[in-house]
Design a protein around this ligand. Structure first.
Ligand SMILES: *Cc1c(COP(=O)(O)O)cnc(C)c1O
Length: 415
C-alpha cells in the first residue's frame, strides 16, 4: 500500500506525512513513485504477448517528475496541447510515442507536432483533416493520422466525463467514418495509420469499452475491404478507480474483453489511461485551521480549497478524508464538512464526514493523483500548492510552492 498507517502516522511509502508537512508546508500534493510504477506495470502485464502501447494521458497529471518516471518505464503519451508536448520533451519523453488528441488543435500546434515527429494526430473533424493536410503539404511531409470515432455507446458514467455519445463534442460521427477515411486516404499529405476512440472516464464496467472496440473493429474490416489498412486501434482510456465503493475489476480483467474482441488481429493495440495510472498514487495534504461548529452543520476549515482540488465542486466527486495522526489534538469525533478559505459556497472538499480532528491537525484527501493539481488555479490569489514525490524513504520536492510575486509577475500597471 502506497499510503498506509505506520506506528500511528499516515505515511507515503516510508515517509510519515507529518514530516512532509513540516518540511514542505501545506497544502501539498504527495505522490508515490512505487504506486505509479505499479499501476503502469499492471497495464504492461495485461497487454503482454500482444503488439501494444500504453500512452499515458498527460492531462491527468503533467508534473515533469511523473512524466519522466513514465518515460523511463517505456510509456508513450497521449497529449491534448502543444504545452503538453513541451512537457513530454522536457521530461525526456520520445515524440515518436506521442499521440496528439483534442478537438481544437491550432495551426501552430499541428505544425509543432508534425515537426517534432509525433506518432499520430487524432483527427476529430473534417475541418481538422483539411487543416492538417494543408500544413503537412507546406512542411513537405505526410502527416500520420487517425480518426477519433464516436462509437455512440453509453459509458454509464458522470455526464461531464462521458465523451463517446452522439451529442458529444468529441470525435467524428460513426456514420461519417467510412466517408472521411476514404477522403483522408485520397489526400496526398496524409498517411492514414489508425483509429481511436475514448468513450468517457471513470468507467467501472468494461462492457461499454468492449462494445466500442467491437464497433471499431467492424469499421476497420469495412475499411480493409476498401483497401484502407490501419496499423493501430486505440481504445482510449477511462478505466475507473476506487474512490469510495466503486469496484472496477483489476486491469487484466478490465482489458480481457477488449483483447478478446481483437483476438489475433494484427493491428497494434493502444490504450491511453490517465486516472488509472496516477489517481491512487497521490494525496492532498492539508492542515485544519479552524473547527467551526454551526447550527445546521459543523465545519473543518482547512488550508486547501477548491482552487487546489476542484473535483468535489466540479463533479461532486468524493475523496476519502483520513487524519494523518488519529486525534492528535485530543478532539472527539464529529461530523464535519471539510471546506477551504475560498469565497464560494461550492468551496468544499468533502461533506458530512465523521472525523476526529482539531485546529492544527493534518488530514489527507485520498486518491488525488489525477485531475487534481492539473486543474488547480490561483483564484483568490492563492499560490498553487507544492508537489512532493516520495520514493521509499526519500521525499523529493517536484514543484515548489508558488509565491504571490509569481502570481502577478506577468501583470503591469499602465503609466
Ligand atoms: C482524457 C483522455 C484519456 C484519459 O482518460 P482517463 O479517464 O484519465 O483514463 C485518454 N484518452 C483521451 C483521448 C482522453 O481525452
Amino acid at each position: 500500500m502506497a499510503f498506509a498507517y505506520r506506528d500511528g502516522a499516515l505515511c507515503a511509502e516510508s515517509v510519515p506525512l507529518d514530516e512532509i508537512a513540516q518540511r514542505f508546508g501545506t497544502p501539498c500534493y504527495v505522490y508515490s513513485r512505487a504506486e505509479i510504477e505499479h499501476n503502469y506495470r499492471a497495464f504492461e502485464q495485461a497487454l503482454a504477448g500482444r503488439e501494444a502501447m500504453v500512452a499515458y494521458s498527460v492531462k491527468a497529471n503533467s508534473n515533469l517528475a511523473v512524466l519522466a518516471l513514465l518515460a523511463k518505464l517505456g510509456s508513450g503519451f497521449d497529449i491534448v496541447s502543444s504545452g503538453e508536448l513541451d512537457r513530454v520533451h522536457a521530461a525526456g519523453g520520445d515524440a515518436r510515442k506521442v499521440l496528439f488528441s483534442g478537438v481544437g488543435k491550432s495551426a501552430a500546434e499541428i505544425r509543432l507536432a508534425l515537426e517534432a515527429g509525433v506518432r499520430c494526430l487524432n483527427l476529430e473533424s473534417e475541418a481538422e483533416m483539411g487543416r492538417v493536410d494543408a500544413i503537412a503539404g507546406q512542411l513537405g511531409l505526410r502527416a500520420p493520422v487517425a480518426f477519433r470515432v464516436n462509437p455512440d455507446v453509453d459509458p454509464q458514467t458522470h455526464p461531464y466525463i462521458s465523451t463517446g455519445l452522439k451529442q458529444s463534442k468529441f470525435g467524428i460521427a460513426y456514420a461519417d467514418a467510412d466517408r472521411l477515411y476514404r477522403e483522408a486516404a485520397r489526400r496526398r499529405n496524409l498517411e492514414v495509420i489508425g483509429i481511436g476512440c475514448h468513450i468517457g472516464s471513470q468507467l467501472v464496467d468494461p462492457a461499454p469499452l468492449v462494445a466500442a472496440t467491437g464497433r471499431m473493429v467492424d469499421l476497420v474490416e469495412r475499411l480493409a475491404k476498401a483497401g484502407i489498412g490501419l496499423a493501430h486501434i486505440d481504445v482510449g482510456g477511462g478505466i475507473g478507480i476506487r474512490y469510495r465503493d466503486e469496484a472496477p475489476p483489476p486491469i487484466t480483467d478490465f482489458l480481457a474483453g477488449v483483447l478478446g474482441v481483437l483476438g489475433g488481429r494484427g493491428e497494434t493495440l493502444i490504450v491511453d489511461p490517465g486516472r488509472a495510472i496516477v489517481g491512487s498514487a497521490g494525496i492532498l495534504l492539508t492542515r485544519v485551521e479552524y473547527v467551526k461548529p454551526g447550527e445546521a452543520k459543523n465545519y473543518l476549515i482547512v488550508d486547501a480549497a477548491m482552487n487546489d482540488l476542484l473535483r468535489p465542486a466540479l463533479y461532486d466527486a468524493w475523496h476519502e478524508v483520513l487524519p494523518v495522526r488519529r486525534a492528535e489534538s485530543g478532539v472527539g469525533a464529529g461530523v464535519y464538512d471539510i471546506v477551504g478559505p475560498v469565497c464560494e459556497s461550492s468551496d468544499f472538499l468533502a461533506c458530512e464526514r465523521r472525523l476526529a480532528a482539531g485546529s492544527g491537525d493534518l488530514v489527507a484527501l485520498m486518491c488525488a493523483g489525477a485531475y487534481a493539481m492539473v486543474m488547480s488555479s490561483n483564484y483568490n490569489s492563492r499560490p498553487r500548492a507544492a508537489e512532493v514525490l516520495v520514493d521509499g524513504r526519500d521525499a523529493h520536492l517536484v514543484r515548489r510552492r508558488e509565491t504571490t510575486e509569481q502570481l502577478y509577475a506577468l501583470e503591469s500597471i499602465p503609466k
